[in-house]
Design a protein around this ligand. Structure first.
Ligand code: AP5
Length: 233
């Protein structure tokens, strides 16, 4: 029997077989929820932000190009993102579906994704829109810390680790992302409003947008996300 079809406590794992997109401003909780949903369905969590940060850490030409843009809160050009996503989708672990976090971010990216999904035999994505009052985002963003080893997400105000500055899961050191500095938050939010927020209307027109109140606690948001994904045809 395929052991990936069974949970550690012996239950049959639910199948996703769909593309899920998490859309929302920086700090809305997309990464936190995407990790959880992807783990539940045993599918890849495709964060374009994480892919770019991996390229920066490895010093690739792509990373060198992306670094100054990310650190000043601007979007990375569509051409770079599309190449990166196309290569990732080809991998065999994507055959049962995936959870996008931070992609698409422009109308061009969204249109291209629609075509790519068709080519791979998927329907249009289920888009979960994280709706939140922007006033709550500064505290979430500047308080965020991430594990250097496993990328687990904490918040020094809202979700602190048990031992300060250490990951609960693997003991890794926690670090702050360079773009989480207070002075970069405003340009990131502006880029979101100008370039990404119009995607809500785009996916609403396609009948694929579902909203979640992202100001709620993590477990309430998780439940709503799960209800949306289970209810999507
Ligand atoms: P990316 O890495 O995608 O960042 P982002 O979209 O700005 O989103 P964040 O990671 O900041 O927030 P999140 O919504 O995931 O929140 P999280 O769950 O961590 O992009 C970074 C940069 O890369 C971009 O600016 C751009 O330059 C470039 N880039 C990436 N993709 C691109 C693309 N497609 N096109 C062009 N450029 C691209 O939560 C935040 C905090 O809140 C955490 O501390 C968490 O613990 C806490 N928290 C989460 N949920 C809750 C809750 N319900 N209650 C209380 N606290 C909570």
């Amino acid at each position: 029997m395929d052991t990936s079809a069974v949970t550690p406590d012996g239950r049959l794992r639910e199948k996703l077989n769909a593309a899920v997109v998490f859309l929302g401003p920086p700090g809305a909780g997309k990464g936190t929820q995407a990790k959880e949903l992807a783990k539940k369905y045993c599918v890849p969590h495709l964060s374009t932000g994480d892919m770019l940060r991996e390229n920066i850490a490895a010093g690739t030409p792509l990373g060198v190009q992306a670094k100054p843009l990310m650190e000043s809160g601007q979007l990375v050009p569509d051409s770079i993102i599309l190449k990166m996503v196309a290569a990732r989708i080809e991998k065999p672990d994507c055959s049962g579906g995936f959870v996008f976090d931070g992609f698409p971010r422009t109308v061009t990216q969204a249109q291209w994704l629609g075509e790519l999904l068709k080519q791979h035999g998927f329907k249009q994505p289920v888009v979960v829109h994280f709706v939140i009052d922007p006033a709550l985002l500064m505290r979430r963003i500047t308080g965020r810390r991430m594990c250097k080893i496993g990328g687990e997400i904490y918040n020094i105000y809202e979700r602190p680790p048990i031992v300060p500055n250490r990951c609960d899961s693997d003991g890794g050191e926690l670090e702050q992302r360079p773009d989480d500095r207070e002075e970069v938050v405003a340009p990131r939010l502006l880029a979101y409003e100008k370039q990404t927020a119009p995607l809500a209307a785009y996916f609403r027109r396609l009948g694929r947008l579902r909203e979640v109140d992202a100001a709620k606690g993590v477990s309430e948001v998780s439940q709503r996300v799960l209800d949306i994904v289970r209810g999507a045809e």
